[in-house]
Design a protein around this ligand. Structure first.
Ligand SMILES: [Zn+2]
Length: 270
């Protein structure tokens, strides 16, 4: 495993205050005493979004059936219940399906909120940051990846999408959607891709979450990120230590669902 491309990390902590916590499961039953911290504007219909990657499998294929199964379990039981692969399902195939979905989710959000433009306007040529961490591109040594590692934040995200799209066509990493054994390069490739995806998400939460909320996508973003994190941690596709810039958010998202006691919340304030 390559070391995470953390350029600098001053000691001292406390870098997560700018984060917007997820609100959905904090508003369970008493909206009057626990107002949402990220009020959602009037929701516009979700625009149709073309998939970044169409690894959906042909109709009736195992991949197509598993995708449908995972989606049905999420709808019926919530995201926590779509993590474990069904009995007999090859774990690599399950991971493949979810990693592709995670990329499509972030790509759709990035496009729908117009974050490429907003990121360039806000950060210019500055590299991506999350809290006190700054990220340089970790170029693949054995591919045609650009050697320039000093990327503007928006370029980092764009290259994350490009590199994953390229990897998905590389049969040393991803097999054909409908068939083929998973090559030895699959897990390392998936881990690399998920590490980059995680940094994009953390950058988004630290720098662009207000734009996401203004676009009415805060809950959707939290749901997508939770889904990604749950799978990525379950199958060791990201290092837990990498989550430091969003540790509070991660704990909140990953906490078992529970009914929030409004009095306990009020007590926290005082
Ligand atoms: Zn940005």
């Amino acid at each position: 495993m390559p070391t995470p491309p953390v350029v600098r990390r001053p000691r001292g902590g406390g870098g997560t205050s700018a984060l917007m916590p997820p609100t959905s499961h904090l508003q369970s039953n008493d909206a009057a005493t626990t107002p949402p911290r990220t009020p959602e504007p009037k929701r516009t219909p979700e625009p149709k979004q073309k998939l970044l990657l169409k690894r959906v499998g042909s109709p009736g294929s195992l991949r197509a059936l598993l995708r449908a199964d995972a989606a049905a379990r999420r709808r019926a039981l919530g995201p926590d219940n779509a993590v474990e692969a069904p009995a007999g399902c090859e774990e690599d195939l399950w991971i493949d399906i979810h990693v592709v979905e995670a990329f499509n989710d972030l790509h759709a959000l990035w496009e729908q909120v117009g974050l490429d433009e907003k990121c360039r306007a806000k950060l210019g040529e500055n590299p991506p940051t999350a809290g006190e961490r700054t990220y340089a591109w970790d170029a693949d040594s054995d591919s045609d990846d650009c050697e320039d590692t000093d990327l503007a934040a928006a370029d980092y995200v764009a290259r994350t999408f490009e590199s994953f799209t390229r990897a998905s066509r590389d049969r040393a990493v991803f097999p054909e959607p409908d068939e083929g054994a998973f090559p030895a390069g699959f897990r390392p490739g998936a881990r690399k891709a998920c590490g980059r995806l995680l940094r994009c998400w953390m950058h988004l939460y630290h720098n662009h979450f207000s734009a996401v909320a203004e676009a009415g996508r805060a809950d959707g973003a939290n749901a997508c990120f939770k889904r990604f994190l749950t799978i990525a941690l379950r199958y060791e596709l990201v290092d837990r230590a990498e989550l430091a810039p969003i540790e509070d958010l991660a704990q909140s998202l990953l906490a078992p669902r529970r009914t929030v006691d409004a009095r306990a919340l009020a007590g926290e304030e005082g």
